[in-house]
Design a protein around this ligand. Structure first.
Ligand code: SF4
Ligand code: SF4
Length: 455
């Protein structure tokens, strides 16, 4: 007896455990904050992006393409390595179908007799089916909220919900999206995977002979199909007993013994079902999660190969770039524009005063309030200019922007040219007085008038 038990596979339990961990993670992550920053938040309301617990301003949205590249490369890498692993182990469509069909319809309301026959429909049960839809709609509200928390942080979300009259758009999105999700899971079902999902259509081009898939072992089980034509229910030669447990358990209503099909979401329900049957004969399942080459050669799956290594390297490079850019972000932004007047010449108390004016646009992109000021220096001449305006440091709240008119005055005679104005490179160092890490450097010019204008 003990010997026989070793052939059983338990992919379903492992998938349920994975679903549970994913759902807890997805719902809990928006509540986690470090220095007031979220793991991921794209807030159009606050015009900010949080990534890996760092905060970025709209002007730093250039990071988003890197996030998307990382996402696509991860999908390519996983698909080449493990086929449709995403579909079975993490896709919300599959997770929600399991919750609706296997948990609510079967375990809770007993509309379906068991989870081993997903082909059979159970007409009638109008009241129970209505309760199932209502229960799933309530769950959809939570799932949709979980997604919205990555765009409207929970600390705002619940305040908005408490004032529904002022946030009708949010309520509309929440209720309508939940309604659509319920329609998709209750009515479209796995038809969504087969006919709507674009990933199902493109993933097969990323497969190679070493990609892990769900494969019926024809050598052991026997030939059932010749192309699309079914030859036998039970093959004359082979270990397949023709019970079709693998067919009835399939949520996409296919027979894996026909070979790889677009409809197969790699859920491995058929492998579990066959393992129970074959276990009675003390044999392993005829349906395996392996690669075509591994099945042919009887050796292990080749994980390290050119395509997986290339994707792995590209993925690591993009991840390192993203991480470096995230950690090297500027905690303040400063844009500088010169005024249209080149310079201003005045005489005060018999002294000649030359000033240049600028507009400095400061923004505190840090999550804390800071006090800011700046220093200026002309290239090659120490202390040649002084700051007239603003005369003292100023405070900016987290995320706050301010425009400052800056006036610089020459401390001494800077030039002696009769024909043309002299242009000096100007170095600006702006910083937070209360945090030495917050400092930015900018370049501009200081224009000194020609002699003829000074007389
Ligand atoms: S469950 Fe296994 S034994 Fe039964 S029909 Fe499918 S492949 Fe054959
Ligand atoms: S063939 Fe098997 S792995 Fe593919 S969808 Fe059907 S039950 Fe899941």
């Amino acid at each position: 007896m003990q010997q026989a038990l070793t052939h059983l596979t338990h992919y379903a339990q492992k998938r349920y455990l994975t679903y549970f961990v994913i759902m807890i993670l997805v719902l809990a992550l928006p509540f986690l904050r470090i220095n007031d920053n979220h793991f991921f938040l794209l807030s159009f309301d606050h015009k900010k992006l949080n990534l890996l617990f760092f905060s970025f301003d709209t002007q730093e949205f250039y990071l988003m393409p890197f996030v998307l590249i990382l996402l696509f490369l991860t999908i390519f890498f996983i698909t080449t390595l493990a086929g449709r692993m995403w579909c079975a182990w993490s896709c919300p469509q599959t997770i929600f179908r399991v919750i609706y069909r296997d948990l609510i319809e079967t375990k809770l309301l007993k509309i379906r007799q068991n989870i081993h026959n997903k082909q059979k429909e159970y007409p009638g049960h109008f009241l129970k089916k209505s309760i199932a839809v209502i229960l799933f709609y309530i769950f959809s509200l939570l799932a949709t909220s979980g997604l919205l928390w990555y765009f409207i942080p929970p600390e705002d979300f619940f305040v908005y919900l408490a004032n529904p009259g002022e946030h009708l758009l949010l309520l509309g999105i929440l209720f309508c999206s939940s309604l659509f999700l319920t329609f998709d899971i209750v009515y479209l079902q796995e038809k969504f995977c087969v006919y709507v999902c674009p990933y199902a259509r493109i993933q097969s081009v990323m497969f190679d002979h070493d990609t892990i898939q769900v494969i019926y072992d024809e050598k052991r089980g026997g030939v059932i199909y010749d192309g699309k034509i079914k030859l036998h229910k039970k093959p004359p030669v082979g270990e397949c007993v023709g019970c079709e447990a693998c067919v009835s358990v399939c949520p996409t209503h296919i027979d894996i013994r026909k070979g790889m099909q677009l409809e197969c979401i790699n859920c491995l329900e058929c492998a579990d079902a066959c393992s129970k049957i074959q276990n009675k004969f003390n044999r392993p399942s005829l349906i395996n999660w392996t690669s075509a080459r591994a099945l042919e050669t009887g050796k292990g799956v080749r994980y390290l190969r050119f395509r997986t290594i290339a994707y792995g390297i590209a993925l690591s490079v993009v991840f390192i770039v993203l991480l470096t850019m995230s950690t090297k972000k500027e905690h303040m932004l400063l844009n500088i524009n010169r005024s249209s007047e080149l310079y201003h010449i005045s005489h005060k108390n018999g002294n000649l005063e030359i000033t240049n004016a600028y507009t400095f646009l400061f923004q505190n992109t840090d999550s804390r309030d800071h006090e800011y000021y700046f220093e200026v220096d002309l290239e090659g001449i120490n202390q040649a200019v002084k700051i007239i305006r603003p005369s003292k440091p100023f405070k900016l709240k987290a995320g706050e922007k301010t425009k400052k008119i800056v006036v610089l005055q020459a401390n001494q005679k800077l030039g002696d040219d009769d024909k043309k104005d002299i242009i000096f490179p100007l170095h600006i160092k702006a910083y937070a007085l209360d945090d030495e890490k917050i400092v930015v450097f900018r370049e501009s010019i200081f224009v000194y008038p020609k002699n003829t204008l000074l007389k």
